[in-house]
Write a protein that binds this ligand. Structure first.
Ligand SMILES: [Cu+2]
Length: 291
């Protein structure tokens, strides 16, 4: 079985799991594979033998309709409002150091010069703090929410995890994709959820889910010590990650009293209480202190 067939197998698995399987793709063999290795009539049989265990393996993720989270009422979009704001760092931002990637020639080539800078604290103009996870920590217990079927894509690309900080819902598929021509692994250091550690060869995609809320889950690659990422897993869709200008926005919130938390990997957490009325848009500012 050559690399061509392995790649074909990966593609077929992706299509099968997404429920868009095309017979033409599953049974397509290039002319040289057909003539050199297998007689024409054997090919479909081999394809089936390869596919059956794969179909069984992917049944736990995208094929199942995920349940809703919570037991209460649904949000009425007609009365929903928005919380938006900005997160800043007060004080001198920490100096950004460069990461030494020389142990892996592929990673070094992928990150020339400034591209190898440390991602721990990214501070922009006027103290704008990027990569802060902002979410509703409390105030939604009266509601239920559908679990999204759309996977969150989490890549290993250029020997970085991307996104570096992200949010997702309980039960939502997390698609781990290695875009690099080098080996990575994704080690999810979870405390509430089940910890996992999976190796990923190039261009391989693996799907996992988290069964319980957890803020935050740390991801490490055990091959490249600088590769770190964080995911906030929450039971509702009200979360955001600050952009380069420090801004965030959470739309579609029902009227109510909320506890909002902002989390940063180096500077810790801040919380604010806020009340929003029907269709109201409110702003919150969070300030972290440099240390
Ligand atoms: Cu790695």
């Amino acid at each position: 079985m050559g690399m061509g067939l392995l790649k074909q197998r990966g593609q077929a698995l992706k299509s099968a799991c997404l429920g868009s399987t095309s017979p033409r793709l599953l049974f397509h063999w290039s002319d040289d594979q057909r003539s050199s290795a297998f007689p024409r009539r054997v090919a479909p049989v081999i394809a089936l033998l390869v596919l059956l265990p794969m179909l069984a393996a992917c049944g736990h993720s995208a094929d199942r309709i995920p349940p809703a989270t919570g037991t209460g009422k649904r949000v009425d979009p007609a009365t929903a409002g928005t919380i938006a704001g900005r997160v800043v760092l007060s004080g001198a931002p920490p100096r950004t150091s460069n990461v030494k990637m020389s142990a892996d020639a592929f990673c070094e080539r992928a990150n020339p010069g400034q591209a190898a800078s440390d991602e721990t604290a990214i501070v922009g103009a006027d103290g704008a703090l990027q990569n802060v996870f902002v979410y509703v920590k409390d105030g939604l217990s009266a509601y239920r929410f559908d679990t999204p079927r759309q996977p969150v894509r989490f890549e290993q690309k250029g020997c970085r995890f991307g996104p570096h900080v992200f949010g997702m819902q309980v039960g939502q598929p997390l698609e781990l994709v290695n875009q690099d021509e080098t080996l990575h692994n994704v080690h999810a250091i979870a405390r509430v959820n089940e910890e996992f550690n999976v190796g990923a060869v190039e261009h391989q995609s693996i799907t996992r889910t988290f069964a319980a809320p957890e803020v935050m889950i740390t991801f490490k690659c055990d091959v490249h010590s600088w590769m770190t990422a964080y995911a906030g897993v929450v039971p509702h869709p009200y979360f955001a990650v600050t952009a380069a200008d420090g801004r965030f926005e959470m739309k579609g919130l029902p009227p109510g009293d909320y506890l909002i938390e902002a989390w940063h990997e180096k500077f810790g957490t801040r919380t604010e209480r806020i009340r929003i009325g029907p269709k109201e848009n409110k702003a919150i500012a969070f300030t972290f202190t440099a240390r």
